[in-house]
Design a protein around this ligand. Structure first.
Ligand SMILES: [Zn+2]
Ligand SMILES: [Zn+2]
Length: 302
């Protein structure tokens, strides 16, 4: 558990370090690209901090005011991150279109300045590859949507930096003819970002809206039907909250069975489901089925 916090904390510190590096070298070299990238890193600090807070809230146990725990905050945080990504995409796209329409940017003729900028961007790219890999692994391990959103964000940031680096190199080698290469690359990145943030928004809204987890109802029904004593599985409802899946199910058992035996079957169903998936939290309701006395099941009291 502590591992995911360490990764989230490392991501915050990486964002702070990148922000300082970009702003300091931006001011030293007077590079607008580096300065605006430094502002983006300031946004990254916020995003990484929100993720860290979300992890802490999400791990709080259920309490009197949140009976199902606090797992949904992960989806809320991921939704917030998708909005942040979408805004960044529009910002990048808008700046790119402006630079395409405006006069070409004159490349920095000072060698030291452009090599400094290339170095800083390369360090940022390595940092983003490193942390998005760590975050992806942790998101999978802890089923954390907040961490997955962060992994996606810094994966996209890697793309942004690679466009910046490519344009710095192109302008250094090819001069002014290549001054628009960054704008074309940036528009491409903005389109990728819009797609990524919309799909992240969809995934988080699905969980916030209790969209039933795909295929879960069918597989749970089959699993419960296989438990000895279960006559019918009438209803299964499932919803996701953080790394937990809350399920309630209605099963029928032979109506002539004792109450104690019927309850035992319900318990067996719960055990079978929770053994299959330890993230499952299931409640089973039992109804009587007419089996032995030949009464149609539909006439049995509910
Ligand atoms: Zn970012
Ligand atoms: Zn609470």
């Amino acid at each position: 558990m502590a591992e995911k916090y360490r990764i989230a904390e490392a991501s915050i510190f990486a964002s702070i370090a990148m922000m300082l590096l970009k702003l300091i070298f931006g001011l030293l070299t007077g590079s607008l690209a580096l300065l605006s990238d430094g502002l983006h890193s300031a946004l990254d600090v916020t995003a990484a901090a929100i993720t860290w807070v979300a992890l802490h809230i999400s791990d709080r146990p259920a309490d009197a005011s949140h009976n199902y725990g606090h797992g949904k905050v992960e989806s809320l945080s991921a939704f917030g991150e998708s909005i942040l990504l979408l805004l960044t995409a529009f910002w990048i796209g808008w700046a790119a279109v402006n630079s395409l329409l405006g006069p070409p940017v004159r490349p920095d003729t000072r060698y030291w300045a452009s090599y400094c900028a290339m170095g800083v961007v390369a360090v940022a790219m390595l940092t983003d590859v490193w942390r998005s890999r760590l975050l992806t692994a942790a998101a999978k391990k802890y089923e954390s949507q907040a961490l997955r959103a962060d992994a996606l964000h810094f994966g996209v940031d890697f793309l942004i930096s690679s466009v910046v680096l490519a344009s710095l190199v192109a302008v250094r080698i090819g001069g002014t003819h290549w001054a628009h290469v960054d704008a074309v690359g940036a528009i491409f990145v903005a389109v990728v970002m819009v797609g990524a943030s919309l799909s992240l928004a969809r995934q988080s809204i699905d969980i916030l809206m209790d969209h039933s987890p795909a295929g879960l109802e069918a597989s749970l029904t089959a699993l419960m039907k296989a438990v000895p004593g279960v006559v019918e599985v009438r209803r299964v409802r499932a919803r996701q909250s953080g790394n937990r899946r809350f399920v309630d199910a209605t099963i029928t058992v032979d109506r002539q069975m004792s109450m104690e035996a019927g309850h035992q079957i319900a318990t067996s169903v719960e055990v079978a489901v929770e053994r299959e998936d330890s993230g499952m939290d299931i409640t089973v309701h039992v109804e009587p089925a007419a089996v032995a006395d030949g009464l149609p099941a539909s006439q049995s009291p509910t």
